[in-house]
Design a protein around this ligand. Sequence first.
Ligand code: PHE
Length: 512
Amino acid sequence: MENERGSWGSNIGFLLAAIGSAVGLGNIWGFPYKMGKSGGFTFLIVYLLLALFVGFTIMMAELALGRKTGTGPIGAYHAVSSRFKWIGWLAVFSPFIIMSFYSVLGGYCIEYMALNLSNLAFRNPAIAGGDLFGAMLTNPWGCVVYTLLFMIICYLINRGGISGGIEKFNNVGMPALFVMLVIIIIKSLSMPGAVEGLKFMFVPGYAVAGGFIDSAPSLGTVISTAGGQMFFSLSLAMGAMITYGSYLDKKENLVKNSGIIVIADTTVAIMAGIAVIPAAVAYGIQQGIPVGKIALGGPSLLFVTLQNVFNSMGSVGALFGVIFYLLVLIAAISSAISLVEVIATFFMDRATQQGKKPNRPKTVLIVCLAIMVEATLVAVDGLGSNGVWVPGQSLGIAGWNDCWLDFMDMLSEGLAMPLGALLMSIMIGWEIQPKSMLDEIHSGCGTGIDGFFALCMKLLAPLGMLLILSGQIASFFGAGATSIGYIAGIVVCVVGLAAALTSPKKKAALKK
Ligand code: PHE
């Protein structure tokens, strides 16, 4: 069945690669901070429920869709749907846009790792994280060079193919990442004051009491924050799991595999939180910074707060710095290569369809070069430090247009991703029917999941996605956009359902 497309060498190789895709920057700088800010344990419960009823089901559906059709997202949607053929384009557009900034952030990690390495080797005097980050951002061509380095690494891995490149990298990278994470956790928890950080992450209401935020978010906000985070973190609605699934053997169990990916990703997110938040909070307390003022999320957590934490550790700090930034770099690479693979697979499958022999090295090279072009824009912009023009800045609605990174993030994570996921759940739930995916799922495991899967695909996933889409619109365009978000989401749902239900009978391709 796999013919010349290649395939995973083993199920564990596939699992590590899929977990590698899921575990990324989102786990390290997104999850812990959002969890702390949005109610600690309460957030975790909401996140887990969403992960079970929406994330786990859509994961199964994406893997099944990829494996059933044996192609990436564009081919896959074309093969099964008559009304939603075009969603596949969203699922290739998003990875391309995400890579515009993911690669730049990966470049920052290389730069910080190199810096800590040189501090370690030459005992350089430590530079405060804020100064360092500022100097880096305002040196645009330096950032371009590091971004290029990051893209060269991705190119070399993706060029090696599914089992010869991606699987090989993750087979070593994922276990290494885990060990490094444990080392950082031990160090972090041994810092005096670390427990305050744990409280921020886990104790409901502590974020408000501790002055981190002014008031507790509403349940609706918690649900949409958790849902948006879960989707991004599980690499869903980006074509990544469809693509990885298309290289998976028919005999593998999709239910078990999806469960393992979701559990591993969530575990790493919680572990990453325990690794970074206590250290950052302990450092702040040590310095007499009011806890509410310490940056605990986003780029400033990684590149300002944590660099300060390592600086404050004395001579061993640089060693922990190297370990930490290497860990983040591996997480970034393993996610980035899944995004590059979505785009590369599309072009290679298309070549095959046209009767040509796909040329992986050439395709991957072109994809990486194209990403490099858009990434240069984001790198030169330096998170808005260098006064580069960003579309929509004159509109005065802040949040999505502060810098090119935010703009690209809004396009992909804010719009294309939730929209694609909402329509996908409607397509599976109502147009082609859950049964068509269940047939594929059954090829590697028994029954028992059918009722749950159908319920989730028909009702819970579209409903969850509706909340997530409106939440994302609100978070990117300001709270004032909440009602616009809901209205837009409901319109998409109604139109989508109408399209699904009036569609001509399933395509012949499905029957094969
Ligand atoms: N899951 C990755 C993260 O948490 C990001 C990503 C999204 C990677 C989609 C691939 C596909 O950072």
